[in-house]
Design a protein around this ligand. Structure first.
Ligand code: UD1
Length: 432
C-alpha cells in the first residue's frame, strides 16, 4: 500500500444518530457461498445478488480468480463461472489476506480430490485453530499432511458421521461443502446453528445439493453428482444491523434498521431492553431508541447462536462504558478478543480485564482520542464510541473495518454523525 493512501476516520462526537438504514448482505454468508460456488462444475453461471463491497469479498474473489474462476460484476451483482477451476493451490499471500479462506478446503477437495493451502495461523482476535476442520475432513476420507506451514489434503471423499467437539461455524461450513459432492450420505452432529449456516444450505440446495437440518445441531447431506448454476441473494447482515442499533444506544439517538431478519439478532435486542432501551420490532425492521443512559448489565456471555454473538461483543462493550453502573462481559468464543479495551480507555472508559472477563464501570462521558482499530469489530466499536465522545477522535487502521462494513462512515453520516474519511501520513513515514 502506498503511504499516501492510508486513510482514517475523523469523528466529531456528541450528536445523537437518528434515522433509518438499510442493511446489506451478510459477510459471513457471502464468504462461504463464494467458496461453495467452486463446486459448480457446469458451464452455468451463478448470480449473487446485491453483494456488498467489502475487503473480505474482494480478497475471496482474488482467490477464486486465481483458482481459475471467472468473476464479473454487473451493478451490485456478481456473476461467477467456475467450470474451468483446476488449480488446487491457494497462494500464501492470498491465504494470509483472509483467514476464513480455510473453508476453501472442503469444496476444492470435493471437486478436485486434492488441495494445498498454507496454515492460516492466528490473527488479531486470538489463536484460530483448525483442528476441527481437519479432523472432520479426515473422517470423510481425506488424507491430510502438514509440512512446512502448508496443509495438503487428498482423497476421494465419502459420506460419514462427524461429531464436532465444539459447534464451530467455519468447520460446519467446511464439512458441509466437502460432503455435498461426496459419495454417500454425511451427518454432522453438534453443528453450528448460526443463520449463515442455513443461508449456505439454501444456496447449496438452490444449486442442486441435498442438504437438510441447517439451523439445528444435526445437518444431513446426501451426496450429489454435481451442482448447476442459479441466482441467490444472501441473508442481511445481523452483525451490521446490531452495530447500527448500538450506535443509536451510544449516542442516545433512535435508529431503525430495515430489510433485516429481527430474530437473527434477538439476543442483542433482548439485552438492550433489559438495559432500558426502547425496542420496536417489525416484520423486517427494528427500531432502537435510547434517550437515557443504559442500565448496567450484570453478566453478558458470548456464545454460539442463539447466544450473544462474539462479533457484537466489542460494540456492546463500548455501549456499556456509558451505562449507569458496573457491567460484566465474559468472552467465551474468542478469549483474547479485547483489543478494543486499551483504545477505549484512551477515551476515558473504565474497564478492567481479567482473563476472558471484562468489568466495565460506566462513566458519564467519553472524550475524543486518537485510536487504532486492530480488527474488524474492535474498529466498529471504536467508531461508535467516537461518535458518542466529546470532541474529536481519529480512528486509524480502517482497512480492518472495511473488510466487513460497506460504506460505514457514509451511512453513519446520513444518520447525522459527523464522520468522514481523511488521508493521513502514517507514523513510520513521519518519523523516518
Ligand atoms: C465465524 C465467523 C466469525 C465469528 C465466529 C463465531 C465467518 C467468516 N466468521 O468464524 O465472524 O466470530 O464464527 O461466531 O463466518 N475452534 C477450534 N478449532 C477449530 C475451529 C474453531 O478450537 O477447528 C474454536 C475457535 O478457537 C473459537 C471457536 O471454536 O474459540 C469458534 O470458532 P468458529 O465458530 O470456528 O469461528 P470461525 O468459523 O472462525
Amino acid at each position: 500500500m502506498e503511504w499516501n493512501c492510508v486513510e482514517r476516520y475523523q469523528v466529531q462526537g456528541g450528536l445523537p444518530l437518528v434515522g433509518t438504514v438499510k442493511v446489506g448482505g451478510a459477510k459471513n454468508s457471502i464468504l462461504p457461498v463464494l467458496a461453495a460456488a467452486l463446486l459448480n462444475e457446469s458451464r452455468e453461471e451463478i448470480r449473487l445478488q446485491q453483494v456488498p463491497a467489502l475487503g473480505d469479498v474482494r480478497a475471496m474473489l482474488s482467490i477464486l480468480r486465481c483458482l481459475g474462476a471467472r468473476v464479473d460484476q454487473e451493478g451490485e451483482d456478481l456473476l461467477l463461472q467456475t467450470a474451468d477451476v483446476d488449480c488446487d493451490h491457494v497462494p500464501d499471500a492470498l491465504m494470509r489476506e483472509m483467514r476464513s479462506s480455510i473453508f476453501l478446503m472442503g469444496p476444492l477437495l470435493g471437486r478436485l480430490g486434492r488441495v494445498r493451502i498454507s496454515y492460516p495461523g492466528g490473527c488479531a482476535i486470538g489463536l484460530r485453530p483448525i483442528n476441527l476442520h481437519l479432523e472432520g475432513l479426515q473422517q470423510l476420507g481425506a488424507v491430510i499432511e502438514e509440512k512446512g506451514g502448508c496443509i495438503e489434503a487428498r482423497g476421494r471423499l465419502r459420506g460419514g458421521e462427524v461429531t464436532l467437539a465444539y459447534p464451530s461455524v467455519g468447520a460446519t461450513e467446511n464439512l458441509m461443502l466437502a460432503a455435498v459432492c461426496a459419495r454417500g450420505s454425511t451427518v454432522i452432529n453438534n453443528a453450528a446453528c448460526e443463520p449463515e449456516i442455513a443461508d449456505l444450505q439454501n444456496f447449496l440446495n438452490m444449486l442442486g445439493a441435498r442438504v437438510s437440518g441447517a439451523g439445528s445441531p444435526v445437518i444431513r447431506i446426501r451426496g450429489v453428482r454435481g451442482l448447476h448454476g442459479g441466482s441467490y441473494r444472501v441473508f442481511p447482515d445481523r452483525i451490521v444491523a446490531g452495530t447500527f442499533l448500538l450506535a443509536a444506544v451510544l449516542t442516545r439517538g433512535c435508529v431503525t434498521v430495515e430489510e433485516v431478519i429481527p430474530e437473527h439478532f434477538a439476543s442483542l435486542t433482548k439485552l438492550l431492553e433489559e438495559a432500558g432501551a426502547e425496542v420496536e420490532r417489525g416484520a423486517a425492521a427494528v427500531t432502537v431508541r435510547a434517550a437515557e443512559p443504559l442500565r448496567a448489565l450484570s453478566r453478558v456471555k458470548t456464545g454460539p447462536y442463539p447466544g450473544f454473538p462474539t462479533d457484537l461483543q466489542p460494540q456492546l462493550l463500548a455501549a456499556l462504558t456509558l451505562a449507569d453502573g458496573s457491567s460484566t462481559i465474559i468472552e467465551h468464543v474468542f478469549k483474547g478478543r479485547f483489543h478494543h479495551v486499551p483504545e477505549l480507555r484512551k477515551m476515558g472508559a473504565r474497564i478492567e480485564l481479567s482473563g476472558h472477563r471484562a468489568v466495565i464501570r460506566g462513566v458519564r462521558r467519553l472524550s475524543g482520542a486518537a485510536v487504532q482499530a486492530t480488527d474488524l469489530r474492535a474498529g466498529a466499536a471504536l467508531t461508535l464510541a467516537a461518535l458518542a465522545a466529546d470532541g474529536e477522535s481519529t480512528i486509524a487502521g480502517i482497512g480492518h473495518i472495511e473488510r466487513g462494513y460497506d460504506g460505514l462512515p457514509e451511512a453513519l453520516a446520513r444518520l447525522g454523525g459527523r464522520i468522514s474519511r481523511e488521508k493521513s501520513v502514517p507514523e513510520e513515514v513521519l518519523s523516518s
